[in-house]
Ligand binder design. Structure first.
Ligand code: MG
Length: 456
């Protein structure tokens, strides 16, 4: 983590006019060009933020000046850029987006030729190029060219190829789509329409200020979607973040769920018919995913927190399905990256064959109480403190140390993770009841505080 200065969990991000200036974007893109030895074709897509046009043209200009050909796929969700890189056999993809961040943010996601974001090792290589600052300018006879291609139909058709369009259209479903004023608005309503689903759209006007309900689909902010779903008696509702790689779902009664409950439905309904029942998910996910794995005779593979780790683990283990509690669903027959539109189509597919309603499927899942909190800790003490905590925790049935420390007990679990950016430890707990969760949280916080104090 500490080896990278600019790349975070999802590419390089910052506030426009602070980190993100045309000068910085030129330098970063030059470094990316050097990383691919100023050769090959790069796919460029962007979200609908107010700053995306200036960044996009800075990126394209720099790539062309390095002798790289560019395929400009326009305003698209991040997963569409990832799809396009593979489909067009490009050397790399660059997606201009700050995902779910507030409107003043923007950034670049750099996508490898397999459609997944470049690995942490490659991010370090790009940053090394950036530090060295030895940028290349092509001979004037070898400058790159731009081609504009619209990949939307091809992308939607590929998603549809993984579901049963006849069954879905026969069911005459109704779905509420909350585009969050982001680029998912260009895909998901049309995808459902093609599937024969009646669509009720809200916040589907592109607007870089995200005036509807902000760019992050937090369940408590999706009140308009919930209300609409209830009033039109929709089969389900779906909301995306700013670049539509995430999908948060609501039911026919107007209840909206966190991602780890909807990913458990996908896990159950998709993997029960598959040979490979492996479900890949970060250590922060609810025990619902392990309960379902047990029920269907499957297995959970834990990863570090971050979509890149889920994608790369799925690829390594040939897993079909992965998910994150923030609403990321990864379906590898399509592209092993999180994709909000793919998640929507799969949900329609599940409900077209199920005799249960969405809320009934949700109610069948085990219920847990969850709590989150944080404890201040100086950055230089974090790794020492974490090591010391691991020898202090007792009485667990399993201790997972992939990312921070997750102690699993008979009645729940505690996850303690140092933040990558702030001087804090994050603590997540889950238990059978709220009383037990509160107790686990209190004990966990006490252990962290006492351990920090022992070093001061
Ligand atoms: Mg996103």
């Amino acid at each position: 983590m500490t080896e990278r200065k600019y790349f975070g969990t999802n590419g390089v991000r910052g506030v426009v006019g602070e980190l993100i200036t045309n000068f910085f974007v030129n330098k970063l893109t030059s470094a990316i060009s050097s990383f691919i030895e100023n050769k090959g074709v790069v796919v460029v897509g962007s979200d609908a933020r107010t700053s995306s046009p200036f960044i996009k043209y800075a990126v394209i200009s720099t790539l062309l000046s390095s002798g790289i050909d560019v395929i400009d796929i326009g305003l698209v969700p991040t997963p569409l850029t990832q799809f396009a890189v593979r489909k067009l056999k490009a050397r790399l993809g660059i997606m201009i987006t700050a995902s779910h961040n507030p409107p003043q943010f923007n950034g670049l996601k750099v996508i490898s030729d397999d459609g997944i974001e470049i690995s942490v090792e490659d991010q370090i290589k790009v940053e090394k190029e950036l530090e060295e600052g030895d940028f290349y300018f092509s001979d004037w006879t070898k400058l790159g060219n731009v081609t504009k291609i619209n990949m939307i139909d091809e992308y939607i058709d590929q998603i549809i190829s993984f579901v049963d369009i006849d069954k879905i259209s026969k069911k005459k479903m109704k779905v509420v789509v909350d585009g969050g004023n982001g680029v998912g608005s260009l895909i998901t309503p049309y995808l459902f329409k093609k599937l024969g689903v009646k669509v009720f759209s809200i916040n589907t006007t592109l607007d870089g200020y995200f005036p509807g309900r902000g760019s992050e689909p937090l369940p408590h902010l999706l009140t308009e979607m919930a209300r609409t779903a209830k009033s039109v008696n929709a089969d389900f509702s779906i909301a995306h973040d700013g670049d539509a790689d995430r999908a948060i779902f609501g039911d026919e009664r107007g209840v909206v769920y966190w991602g780890d409950r909807s990913i458990a439905i996908f896990e159950k309904m998709i993997l029960q018919d598959e040979q490979n029942k492996l479900f890949v998910t970060p250590v922060s996910s609810s025990s619902v995913v392990t309960d379902i794995a047990e029920e269907i005779g499957g297995k959970v593979e834990w990863t570090k927190v971050g979509c890149i780790y889920v994608s790369r683990t799925m690829q390594k283990l040939n897993a079909i399905l992965g998910g994150e509690e923030n609403g990321g669903l990864f379906y590898s027959p399509h592209v092993p990256v999180r994709d909000g539109a793919m998640a929507g189509a799969l949900m329609a597919n599940i409900l077209s064959t199920s005799s249960s309603t969405f809320s009934e499927l949700m109610n069948e899942l085990p219920q847990y109480a969850q709590l989150k909190d944080k404890v201040q800790c100086p950055n230089n003490l974090k790794s020492k403190v974490l090591d010391a905590i691991s020898s202090r925790v007792k009485g667990y049935t399993e201790l997972i140390t992939i990312d921070g420390l997750k102690a699993i007990y008979d009645n729940g679990w505690v996850l303690i993770r140092p933040s990558g950016t702030e001087p804090i430890f994050r603590i997540f707990v889950e238990a059978n009841t709220m009383d037990e969760a509160e107790k686990l949280l209190k004990e966990g916080k006490k252990t962290i505080k006492e351990t920090i104090e022992s070093f001061q």
